[in-house]
Design a protein around this ligand. Structure first.
Ligand SMILES: Nc1ncnc2c1ncn2[C@@H]1O[C@H](COP(=O)(O)OP(=O)(O)OP(=O)(O)O)[C@@H](O)[C@H]1O
Length: 288
C-alpha cells in the first residue's frame, strides 16, 4: 500500500505559500530523499505528513487513510528541533515512551541505542550533545515500530562516525522491516548512497519526483561550444557557461549534436543543476 500520497497539497502561512500544489506518491519500503534549498518547504511537507500541520489546500493520505490533523499510528516523525523531555535521563525517556504510545517496543529502542556508541543512558537529555540528542530521538522514533519514518535533517548534528552508524541503522530498518523512510536534507552527500527515490522541492513545488536511477536516465549533461546551443534538443534545466564552453543539464535531451559531448549526470550534478536554476530564478525575480 502507498505509504504517503499528496494530492494538490498546499500550505500558506499568512500571505506566503510554504508549499504549493504538491502531488506525489511514495513507494513502499524505500529510502526517499527529500531535497531542496533552505526554505524550499521540506519541513512543512514533513510536518503535514506527520499530521502536525494541516494543509491549507489538498489532502495527504498515509497508507490509504486521509490525514485529519493527527499523527497516523504507523508514522514516526523526527522533528528538526528534536522535542524530547530534557529533564529526563535517556533510560527514563524509554519508560515514558511506553506510557505515551499505544504501540511501543522498549527493546527496539534499547537495541538501536546499543548500536549508537557514545550515548550515555544515565545522562539527562539536556546534558547531551546535539548529536546524541538526535541519536536518542531516532531510537525513540523507531520504538514506535513505524511503517513510515519521517526524518527532518536527521544527520545535521552528527559527526561522521555517528552519521555512518545512523545510516546503517536506517538501512537495516528498511531491509529488515520494510519501513519506508523519508529523509530531508540540503546536504546531498548525506543521502547519495542510501536513497532509492527522490523528491526535490523548490519554492514549495515538487520539481523532481521519481526513482533515482530513472530520474538520472532521463537527464543528460552536454558540454559544447558556447556559440552554438541552438542545435541542442531537450528541456534546459540549467546552464553554466565560460567564454568558450557551455555545460548544460537537460531533461529528455535529444542526441548530442556535432561538437558536443553528452553523459548521464550523477546525482550531485543533477541536484546542483536544479538548485542552481532555482537560485537564478529567485535572483532574477528579485531584480524584477
Ligand atoms: N510556522 C511558520 N510560520 C510562518 N512561516 C513559516 C513557518 N514555517 C515555515 N515557514 C516559511 O515557509 C517556508 C518553507 O519553510 P520550511 O521550513 O518548510 O523549509 P525547509 O525546506 O525545511 O527549509 P530548511 O532547509 O531551511 O529547514 C519558508 O519561507 C519559511 O520561512
Amino acid at each position: 500500500m502507498t505509504p504517503l500520497t499528496a494530492t494538490a497539497v498546499g500550505k500558506r502561512y499568512r500571505t506566503r505559500w510554504a508549499v504549493r500544489d504538491c502531488s506525489f506518491s511514495l513507494p513502499e519500503g524505500k529510502v526517499v530523499a527529500l531535497l531542496g534549498a533552505n526554505g524550499a518547504g521540506k519541513s512543512t511537507l514533513l510536518r503535514m505528513a506527520a499530521g502536525l500541520v494541516r494543509p491549507t489546500t489538498g489532502e495527504l493520505s498515509v497508507f490509504g487513510t486521509p490525514l485529519r490533523g493527527r499523527i497516523h499510528p504507523d508514522v514516526s516523525f523526527l522533528a528538526q528541533n528534536r522535542p524530547l523531555y530534557r529533564d529526563l535521563t535517556v533510560r527514563e525517556l524509554v519508560r515514558v515512551g511506553a506510557a505515551m504510545n499505544d504501540r511501543w517496543s522498549a527493546d527496539r529502542v534499547r537495541e538501536v541505542l546499543a548500536l549508537q556508541a557514545g550515548v550515555d543512558h544515565d545522562a539527562k537529555v539536556r546534558t547531551l550533545s546535539a548529536g546524541s540528542v538526535t541519536q536518542v530521538a531516532i531510537a525513540m522514533a523507531l520504538g514506535r515500530l513505524p511503517r513510515l519514518l519521517l526524518l527532518d535533517e536527521p544527520l545535521a548534528d552528527l559527526d561522521p562516525l555517528a552519521r555512518e552508524e545512523t545510516l546503517r541503522i536506517i538501512m537495516a530498518e528498511v531491509a529488515d522491516r520494510g519501513t519506508t523512510v523519508v529523509m530531508s536534507s540540503h546536504v546531498l552527500a548525506d543521502l547519495r548512497e542510501v536513497c532509492d527515490h527522490m523528491l526535490l522541492v523548490d519554492e514549495g513545488r515538487v520539481q523532481v519526483d521519481g526513482d533515482v536511477e530513472e530520474v538520472l536516465a532521463r537527464h543528460r549533461v552536454l558540454v559544447g561550444p558556447v556559440t552554438d546551443e541552438s542545435t541542442v534538443e531537450g528541456e534546459l534545466v540549467s546552464a553554466t557557461r565560460t567564454q568558450r564552453q557551455s555545460t548544460l543539464l537537460l531533461k529528455d535531451a535529444g542526441p548530442a549534436p556535432e561538437g558536443w559531448a553528452g553523459a548521464e549526470p550523477d546525482l550531485d550534478s543533477l541536484v546542483m543543476g536544479y538548485l542552481r536554476a532555482s537560485r537564478e530564478r529567485r535572483a532574477s525575480a528579485q531584480r524584477g
